[in-house]
Design a protein around this ligand. Structure first.
Ligand SMILES: Nc1ncnc2c1ncn2[C@@H]1O[C@H](COP(=O)(O)OP(=O)(O)OP(=O)(O)O)[C@@H](O)[C@H]1O
Length: 847
């Protein structure tokens, strides 16, 4: 496409030929009727610098002037912008013409037979009423002007004296009456929505200079391509046109599975109708506005519990976009429903979205036709359908003629077939088209790598502290938020916290893009977070950060001050040990100098351990304070562990007890007590006498109101279960000692045992098993019959279950009255009433 450009001197010159996918600057386009060849300015005239004396030059001046007034530097006129001597160029121009008109910023219709000039009548000048001559204008009788009327979104009519008469919308009624084209077609409803014969009828009363042009000027209106063969005659050109339309219709028919417009209407109706008041809040939401308006922000995930109104919200968003977006923009949506096989798979989602896109911009069908013309309907249905459709969809998204496009998919959870593929595709295509320059790209990769390995979303403050590149931005969170915004396809910031837009975005980074995001492996990023954490904590942690003062100040009443001194280091306090472990697991021994005596970890613990415990309590995260793993360092870590296990309850409930009861009630040999002796309350002059060593008891779990009859560890030792005569069973976190669940059983249990998955607790009462997750009881998960009341239950590692009871005579004489049992791989240990312990082979017992 060649454009005309107006120079400062008022001269016009042709630009170079923009070819292929080259971006074309905004331009105006002229629609007019041709005069005799001798009056029109041609391509040759312009290239030879002549033609100014032709009357047609006035149209060029008019168009250039008008474009300048509308702020457009470029414009296009068919008489002189196409080199008609070049047959290939002419053929290409004929096929591209509809698109060129559609993509124009403004289309000016120059009506050389309509005038508004005053004329003399009965000795006075009267303004000429132009409407009648407008209705009779030759422009409405020509073939090519049909697409020039329909394709552009903005068509402005001018009289021959350059006076603006109105535009396609203000003159809609008159144009409808003149052309019989439905108003909706003039108002922008996609032409594909009108039956083929109706579209043919719009051309019927019109004439073209060359008879074949009557068919060729309809190509864009039907969204098909046929190479022009001048001389083939009217019948042949129409025959070829109809054949192409037939193939297009077949392709659309095969693509069609459901009509998303109908689905939306049906859903709205079945849910009682859409209420704007219930969804209008989203229009004010900054994340929504960013997604709608910001080119960089490509993904918006809307999450919510069942029945919260997500589907209706998306219907509302679709309506709002339809009414507010530019006429050239496209909107496509799809509503998944698990129970309807037409709309519950990844391929059907792409089919539905494509169907709507092609309806709005028929030229996009070329990407489907490339494959469909060979494969037919099987293209959308055979085993390779996903591959074919995702390739087609990618081509469509990369089509340079595609304007802003909004895609909405509702209820992804109900896309039950190939959802992961669809999610990967969504994430990949949305980052494919993000435009970031290269410095920012490195910064973005750094942020994404960090976000990919942390254990929970980070606040902007925490992100700034944990990243080497961003650490200087801790005081400029607005700029930081803008930088995070560059990763808009993956990350979103809500209330100052950075989240992945969706789990699949994180999954994609950590699997599909791992070599790009973690070029030196994830362990390096863990190391950065670990070392930055130690640095931040070493700088910020101190005694009594929240100025609680009273040693007994209960943790539950603590309110973080504003500003919160822990704001930047909260994440570090809770997770630095996890990052240390993840780094150590994958690092060579030589790089572990931080873990040696006198290394950074030793120094941190030596100087800051108690302040860290206080901070953990203030963060209400005592139980999450990490995993621990060098002589003195090991000694310190082991002691620190005993210290926290012994005093967890006190510190958890009153943070400042870290400096009082915890220190005072630790044994004299405690390394932690020794390092922090300055922190012990000086006013306690008589200190309790505590042994030299830590007691053998690591922790006391309190909570049962009756005797504890049975305890059992889960297979991985992470959970401990206890059954008490208070008729309850409690599940405890074995490392933190926290009581996770209490189940009321209604009767005392004598024995309990975890199954090998940790999902069920078996009991000595044959009819009762307990689901550890839900607490549901009374559904025996072991199929074999157990008599209702046994003394004990134990399960062997290979899943063979053993029970025994006083009545059961199969493998023990009754006089031994077994009272408890424990199973190793092939042997069972049985405690019996006489005070003896038996060790038996499992098979023997079963005999
Ligand atoms: N904007 C709205 N206008 C009218 N009704 C609404 C609107 N939003 C929610 N509702 C009512 O709430 C019900 C649940 O809404 P909707 O189906 O959109 O929820 P959902 O979050 O998509 O549910 P699910 O996760 O179960 O698919 C609807 O049936 C409708 O009655």
């Amino acid at each position: 496409m060649r454009l005309l450009r107006r120079s400062n001197t008022g001269e016009f010159s042709l630009t170079r030929n923009f070819i292929g996918d080259e971006p074309i600057p905004p331009y105006a386009i002229l629609s007019h009727t041709w005069g005799p060849d001798t009056v029109e300015v041609t391509f040759n005239d312009l290239t030879n610098g002549c033609g100014k004396d032709k009357s047609g030059y006035e149209k060029i001046r008019f168009c250039g002037r008008q474009a300048e007034q509308d702020g457009l530097q470029y414009f296009w006129i068919d008489t002189c912008c196409i080199n008609k001597a070049n047959k290939a160029e002419l053929s290409q121009a004929i096929n591209a013409m509809f698109r060129w008109y559609r993509n124009a910023t403004q289309c000016y219709v120059y009506l050389s037979d309509v005038s508004t000039a005053k004329r003399k009548s009965d000795n006075e000048f009267i303004e000429c009423t132009w409407e009648q001559t407008f209705r009779e204008s030759r422009w409405f009788t020509r073939g090519w002007t049909l697409q020039e009327l329909l394709a552009p979104s903005s068509v402005v009519f001018f009289s021959r004296d350059g006076k603006r008469l109105g535009d396609k919308s203000s003159l809609c009624q008159q144009i409808h009456e003149i052309t019989v084209i439905p108003k909706s077609a003039l108002q922008g409803v996609p032409l594909s929505a009108f039956p083929v014969n109706e579209r043919f009828s719009w051309m019927q009363p019109r004439e073209t200079k060359l008879e074949e042009d009557k068919a060729y000027s309809l190509l864009g209106i039907f969204g098909v391509y046929v190479p022009p063969v001048y001389g083939e005659g009217l019948a042949s050109s129409f025959k070829r046109l109809r054949e192409e339309i037939g193939k297009l219709e077949q392709c659309m028919q095969d693509l069609h599975l459901t009509n998303p417009w109908d689905d939306k209407k049906r859903i709205e109706d079945s849910k009682g109708g859409l209420l704007k008041d219930s969804y209008r809040w989203i229009l004010e939401n900054p994340d929504f506005q960013r997604w709608r308006d910001d080119q960089q922000s490509r993904l918006l995930w809307i999450k919510g519990d069942p029945g919260k109104g997500k589907t209706m919200l998306l219907c509302g968003i679709a309506n709002e976009l339809m009414s507010s977006m530019a006429k050239t923009s496209l909107l496509s949506y799809f509503f998944c429903q698990a129970t309807d096989s037409r709309i519950n798979s990844a391929t059907t989602v792409l089919r539905g979205l494509l169907y709507m896109l092609v309806h709005q911009q028929p030229s996009l069908i070329s990407h489907i036709r490339k494959k469909h013309d060979h494969a037919g309907k099987a293209l959308f249905e055979d085993v390779n359908a996903w591959v074919a459709l995702s390739e087609i969809f990618t081509d469509v998204l990369q089509d340079p003629s595609l304007k802003d496009t909004y895609l909405i998919v509702d209820a992804l959870g109900e896309c039950v077939i190939r959802l992961p593929k669809l999610l990967d595709f969504v994430v990949q295509t949305s980052c494919m088209s993000s435009r970031v320059n290269s410095d920012d790209a490195d910064l973005c990769k750094g942020i994404l790598a960090l976000m990919g390995i942390v254990y929970r979303p980070l606040t902007l403050n925490e992100l700034a502290c944990l990243s080497e590149e961003l650490k200087d931005m801790a005081d400029d969170l607005d700029s930081l938020q803008q930088i995070v915004g560059l990763c808009g396809s993956f990350l979103t910031v809500q209330n100052g916290t950075v989240y992945f837009v969706h789990q699949s975005a994180k999954d994609f980074l950590c699997t599909g893009a791992v070599s790009e995001i973690f070029p030196s492996g994830t362990e390096n990023v863990h190391f950065t977070v670990f070392s930055r954490s130690l640095e931040v904590m070493s700088k910020t942690l101190r005694r009594d950060m929240y100025s609680l003062r009273a040693l007994g100040y209960p943790a539950e009443q603590v309110e973080p001050p504003d500003p919160d001194p822990l704001a930047a280091s909260r994440y570090s306090c809770i997770y630095w040990v996890d990052h240390l472990c993840d780094w150590c697991l994958n690092s060579s021994a030589t790089s572990l100098v931080n873990l040696q005596d006198g290394g950074t970890v030793y120094e941190f613990l030596r100087k800051k351990y108690l302040y860290w415990l206080e901070a953990l309590s203030l963060c209400k995260s005592m139980s999450k304070g990490g995993r621990e793993d060098a002589s003195k360092l090991i000694e310190l870590v082991l002691d620190a562990r005993r210290f926290v296990m012994a005093h967890k309850w006190a510190i958890e409930n009153c943070p400042l007890q870290a400096y009082a009861s915890a220190l005072v009630f630790s044994p004299a040999c405690s390394v932690v007590r020794d390092h922090f002796k300055e922190e012990e309350p000086q006013w306690i002059t008589v200190k309790p006498s505590i042994g030299d060593q830590w007691s053998a008891c690591l922790r006391t779990l309190e909570g049962h109101s009756g005797g504890v009859r049975s305890v059992a560890f889960s297979h991985d030792s992470a959970r401990l279960a206890s059954a008490s005569s208070d008729k309850t069973v409690k599940i405890w976190d074995a490392s933190s000692g926290a009581c996770l669940r209490t189940f009321s059983i209604g009767k005392p249990l004598n024995d309990i045992a975890f199954d090998h998955t940790g999902v069920y607790l078996h009991t000595n009462i044959g009819t009762i098993d307990i689901s550890v997750q839900s607490g549901l009881t009374s559904f025996p998960t072991i199929p074999e019959p157990r008599s209702p009341q046994y003394q004990g239950i134990a399960l062997s590692a290979d899943g063979v279950w053993i029970t025994h009871n006083s009545e059961h005579q199969v493998w023990l004489p009754s006089e031994y009255r077994p009272s408890c049992s424990v199973v190793s791989r092939n042997t069972i240990g049985i405690g019996v009433g006489s005070g003896k312990v038996w060790i038996c082979k499992v098979e023997l017992c079963l005999l």
